[in-house]
Design a protein around this ligand. Structure first.
Ligand SMILES: [Fe+2]
Length: 393
């Protein structure tokens, strides 16, 4: 379901062929594509790229949208710069508007969505045993190394960091290399062992099935990292499942179940430690284009709710299918996190769990926000495109 990547379009090829005012709309066509598009004059004035209307550095709108007459109309339309630019002179406005052809094309093709993440969905067989990874020195040592590692996280929904300094400060440095450590009910950088310091299953030695964290939060943590500070015992392997792979499997094999899982908002709660959080999410979150955005599933934390009888029956059928697939070993990878290794994963995509263990296991980690991860990638990619980051993948 990934859309064509906006940045893959050769901007040199985006040239306007014609521009006409017809039926109250500005009709545009391009040289490189058969499709044409209509833009309303009001939208065009609101999205003017001239200096007086748009801050080129921050992309903040400087035009006063609400002073634009609702019946604004062009007096003159021209294609300039060999097709690279549209120019409009407005009636009753002495400031002409300009638009790069590639901007207008991007709004036709992408509706302003920008770059879609390039994802490789995986199961146990396709992932194999060579997990995406970088050493701490690589991802800490240069922007190119960080960009390569973050791109792996984006593509696969997780990546390892090896040769990690097995201290809380060492792991915190990795998190802060990406973005802000998020404060939650568990603190900022957290540590856990089987001591029930919090009223959460993570703080026991029991096996935990695949789930995402924070279903009880309106903004579930976007990314999570774990590292092991000390291990003396057996078992306790960490498990991961590509929730998007499971979701796409259901989309293609059982559309009705997919519809239920993506439509029904499942309430969840966290009660204890002086807090009582509640939120609700569909198990499979989609954007308005039908693209996967977020898996939110933790059966332990589901809050009681009811649907009309027939819908409730369908929901339990879909829930059972989802639960069966995420617990199917063909979708699961596992790893023994020894001190010196960290795992960083997309909590909106990659479900995590662990096998039961005996002995002492001291873990630490952090939550980070999705928006900060995406921001870091955009900034690094822009720098790489400008030549400021060398050797980037
Ligand atoms: Fe968890």
């Amino acid at each position: 379901m990934n859309q064509p990547e906006f940045q893959q379009i050769d901007h040199g090829q985006v040239l306007l062929a014609s521009a006409q005012f017809i039926g109250g709309q500005v009709a545009l066509s391009w040289r490189h594509a058969a499709e044409s598009a209509q833009f309303s004059p009001f939208w065009l004035r609101d999205h003017c790229h001239a200096k007086h209307s748009l801050n080129a550095d921050t992309l903040q709108r400087e035009v006063d949208t609400f002073s634009i007459p609702l019946d604004i109309a062009p007096a003159k339309i021209d294609i300039k710069d060999g097709g690279r630019c549209l120019s409009i002179v407005w009636k009753n406005d002495d400031r002409p508007s300009t638009y790069p052809a590639e901007f207008l094309w991007s709004m036709v093709r992408e509706e302003g969505r920008g770059r879609s993440p390039q994802r490789t969905l995986w199961d146990r067989d396709t992932m194999g045993e060579n997990f995406p990874s970088a050493t701490q020195a690589e991802m800490m040592g240069s922007d190119a190394g960080l960009l390569r590692w973050l791109s792996l996280v984006e593509e696969y929904g997780f990546a390892m960091v090896t040769e990690v300094e097995a201290t809380l400060a060492g792991v915190e440095a990795i998190a802060k290399r990406v973005g802000y450590v998020r404060e939650t009910i568990f603190g900022g950088m957290w540590q856990f062992s089987a001591n029930m310091a919090f009223k959460d299953t993570a703080y026991t030695s029991a096996a935990i099935g695949p789930h995402t964290d924070g279903t009880y939060s309106n903004d579930s943590p976007g990314f999570q990292m774990f590292s092991c500070l000390a291990l003396d015992g057996s078992g306790g392997d960490s498990t991961l499942v590509d929730g998007f792979k499971v979701a796409e499997t259901i989309r293609s094999s059982d559309p009705k179940a997919f519809e239920i899982l993506s439509e029904v908002k499942v309430p969840a709660h966290y009660l204890g430690d002086g807090v009582h959080l509640q939120a609700e999410h569909p198990i499979i979150g989609l954007d308005r284009h039908g693209e996967l955005v977020q898996i939110a599933y933790n059966n332990y934390d589901r809050r009681p709710f009811r649907l009309p009888s027939a819908r409730m029956t369908e929901f339990y059928r879909a829930l059972t299918l989802f639960n069966r697939l995420i617990n199917d070993p063909t979708y699961e990878i596992s790893m023994r996190l020894l001190p010196g290794t960290a795992i960083f994963f997309d909590n909106w995509r990659t479900m995590h769990g662990r096998h039961s263990f005996k002995g002492h296991r001291h873990m630490c980690g952090a939550y980070l926000n999705t928006e900060d991860f995406r921001s870091k990638l955009r900034v690094l990619r822009a720098s790489a495109a400008a030549g400021a980051v060398t050797g980037a993948a």
